[in-house]
Design a binder for this molecule. Structure first.
Ligand SMILES: [Cu+2]
Length: 498
């Protein structure tokens, strides 16, 4: 393995021995993270095929509501393998919902009753997890509720008032989430309110995924063998795609004001988002709108599974081009170069007048005084690639309860990261508020109130959140770097009635 990669690295010519070794080491790491065992056993995912770029940005399809009643949403999702043309001369097997990757957008309204039929035609256990929505525990698509290959089930839940926001849905089967999401199973879910203060703005959904293809144009990611081996390494694998396309082209009128809903649906990539030549305004996070817009931003870190809603006022110049980029992020260990996400081009139209945003969007009310404090410690065990990550010292066991709470109780949780890399921690069943972060003993309060279901806990730091569960049942708490989740960086929260 070392020898093969060393030869690859030196074959390019006049590189110094040290540089060659560094390149070889980097390629080896990339190979292992992108292809799992496949990459280590001779397939070469490090030199994938050339993706076409600059195609018009695809608008994702919307899942049809087959209910005749305004208060209900009924739809059907079939998860299966299908063939797609992604790169020249190759046909790629993707896994998708209704033969699409990303799958169809589910557009819901606050207060709706939702019934979605799910047909699992993947050939292995799967689920649909409605990421971020407070659905009942047995409708949450957790690993405790697997849908067998060939089986069907109904998911039923109500969309709470106040939950308007940008979510997504994806599989959450035991130890195969990386495999399934990595093959393309993910899609946006948007909840709308009747009184959206930004309702007049044109919207664009930007679903960001990563897809690693080998030389034959086949998906090379998410080996369960790799997940079981230990997970000290992650990130950096595959191409970053927007709505399933490599650096597509988004054409806008000069001066246009647009609302972009951006979803980080990658398995393991932090996205440090920036738009060339522009500042932007963040108006919403995982659980919907902020109290006040955060304007004048030049970048925003979007951890795996997080969403952000931004308002962009495009510059007034005609026929200009700007790149939406990932600036790259080290995540506490190693280094991941960024990349180009979306090419934004103004057309020759007369510049539009900017649309002013309201000073207040909606109240993000404090959850109130906490009566309980709990500790969630993220730690590492083992050495190098044979190690794994733990929550409160233990690897995931769905037959064990790790944390307990009661319905309606407001709690402070200290998420303590003792490891050398960041972990984006996701709590099922609720939205929570970040209280602050502690860096080397210094407490930094959160700058603004916001709803999150996933929070990045930087290496060596503590993030304190205020959280509350409103429905009984067993809930997952886990790292949303999917290889970490599959390897057992997950815990069970048992929510009981008071
Ligand atoms: Cu992690």
């Amino acid at each position: 393995m070392h020898r093969r990669h060393f030869l690859q690295a030196t074959a390019v010519g006049t590189v110094s021995t040290l540089a060659a070794l560094q390149t070889a080491s980097a390629q080896m790491m990339r190979g292992m993270t992108s292809a799992g065992m496949g990459g280590m056993m001779g397939q070469s995912p490090t030199t994938g095929p050339n993706w076409p770029t600059g195609l018009p940005l695809r608008r994702l399809g919307v899942l049809e509501n087959t209910s005749l009643s305004a208060g209900e949403f009924e739809g059907t999702l079939v998860a299966s393998r299908y063939l797609a043309s992604l790169v020249p001369g190759r046909t790629t097997e993707l896994w998708g919902y209704n033969n699409a990757s990303p799958g169809p957008v589910i557009e819901l309204r606050e207060g709706q009753r939702v019934t979605i039929g799910f047909a699992n035609r993947l050939g292995l256990d799967s689920t649909i997890h409605w990421h971020g929505l407070p659905v009942p525990a047995d409708q949450d698509g957790s690993p405790m509720e697997p849908v067998a290959p060939g089986a069907d089930r109904l998911y039923t839940f109500d969309v709470p008032i106040g939950s308007a926001g940008t979510y997504w849905y994806h599989p959450h089967a035991h130890q195969t989430t990386t495999l399934q999401v990595g093959h393309g199973l993910a899609a946006p879910l948007i909840v709308r309110s009747v009184d959206d203060p930004l309702g007049i703005l044109p919207e664009v959904n930007l679903m960001i995924t990563s897809l690693a293809l080998d030389q034959n144009g086949q998906v090379a990611t998410g080996s369960t063998a790799m997940a079981g081996m230990g997970m000290m390494m992650t990130t950096g694998a595959g191409e970053l795609l927007v709505n399933g396309q490599k650096t597509p082209l988004h054409t806008v009128a000069p001066g246009a004001t647009q609302r972009w809903r951006i979803i980080n649906a990658t398995a393991d990539r932090y996205l440090r988002l920036a738009l060339d030549g522009h500042r932007f305004t963040v108006v919403g996070t995982d659980g919907g709108l902020l109290t006040e817009p955060l304007s004048g931003l030049t970048e925003w870190l979007l951890a795996p599974a997080q969403r952000v809603e931004i308002v962009v006022m495009i510059a007034a110049g005609q026929s200009a081009r700007y790149m939406l980029r990932d600036l790259g992020y080290t995540g506490g260990i190693g280094g991941v170069a960024g990349g180009q996400l979306l090419s934004v081009e103004t057309d020759g139209a007369v510049p539009q007048a900017p649309i002013e945003l309201p000073a207040v969007l909606r109240l993000v009310a404090d959850l109130g005084p906490a009566t309980t404090r709990q500790l969630v410690v993220l730690s590492a065990t083992g050495m190098g690639m044979m190690g794994t990550f733990l929550i409160n010292g233990r690897v995931f066991d769905m037959n064990r309860v790790d944390l307990e709470t009661v319905v309606g109780r407001v709690e402070l949780w200290d998420l303590v990261n003792t490891t050398m890399m960041d972990h984006p921690i996701h709590i099922h069943g609720t939205q929570f508020q970040v209280v602050g972060r502690t860096v080397r003993g210094v407490v930094v309060p959160a700058a603004y109130p916001a709803w999150f279901d996933t929070v990045n806990v930087p290496a060596g730091e503590t993030i304190t959140i205020k959280t509350r569960q409103m429905l009984p049942g067993k809930r997952m708490i886990h790292c949303h770097i999917l290889p970490h989740e599959d390897a057992g960086m997950m815990a069970v929260l048992d929510v009981t009635l008071a």
